[in-house]
Design a protein around this ligand. Sequence first.
Ligand code: SAH
Length: 326
Amino acid sequence: MLNKAEIIRLLSEEKTQDELFIKADSVRKQYVGDEIHIRGLIEFSNICRNSCLYCGIRSGNNKISRYRMSEEDIINTAQSAINNGFKTIVMQSGEDIYFTKDKMCRIIEAIKKNDVAITLSIGERSYEDYKSFKNAGADRYLMRIETTDKELYHKLNPNMSWQQRYECLLMLKELGYELGSGIMVGQPGQTIKSIAEDLLFLKELDIDMAGIGPFIPHKDTPLAKEKGGDLYLSLRTMAIMRLLMPDINIPATTAMETLHPQGRIIALQSGANVVMSNITSANCRKLYELYPNKEKAHETYSGFVNKLHCISRIVSDTHGNHKKIA
Ligand code: SAH
């Protein structure tokens, strides 16, 4: 296995990155094959109690209109996506406590009447909530640790606790969720050494999926004037993740696509095996502005099918669970 010094070298070197990408692509092929899993993403509320300095839907941003989809609307959106072939529904939102345990469970149960996997990405909740969501039928949970540099975390995520986020990840794991986590690359003040530590942390946590994307400054946040994350450093980070955890699910993230018109395709050829298609209605989607130009990266199910065909990859017709073989 790669040690920290080797990871730091691979992260730092541009001249060897093509080799790294080719290696990650071949490890991907060997362990998870040529199938791509297309997940359907519903961004059901942009209301958030937190105020992460980088995020466009932070509670402190009073320049955006806020929305919440109704239960019925969420269930109908999921249903029509399932009818169109999606095998996983991902429900993401700001940390919006209007969606109580009971509301979430009703939504999960309704969607689970179908043969489909459900992923939640709604932030920090209590053990009891996580347990009820699981019993209602949720299969997976996504929550990025963002960074393992605690000082940086507390600077960029005021009023939040790194330890608490970590403990939430442990709870989710104990409850038997497929666990997704990851980081944002290029946060102001983040170092290469700390990215290497993040990768080793994710390996140690034994995650099932890793979401890695560049930081993109949003004009209505305190980090508006900061430099954004680098696409190729993000890709190197993702490719190393594939080498460290050969059989996990790794999405080609939307944030990568906003930095390059082929960002997701490059990622799929450098270790990734998952994409997310946003199935939220256009009027809500454009208000879920975590970062700018997300809309430019929008792709439908059939749009993905065409693009994937061009790079000789197959669209999976399974739920796309993590199969441990490494
Ligand atoms: N409330 C949920 C979902 C957060 S949004 C939670 O707490 O997990 C999903 C991810 O978007 C975040 O984890 C973060 O890594 C990413 N994100 C937020 N703002 C961003 C920005 N400006 N640039 C790039 N990624 C961003």
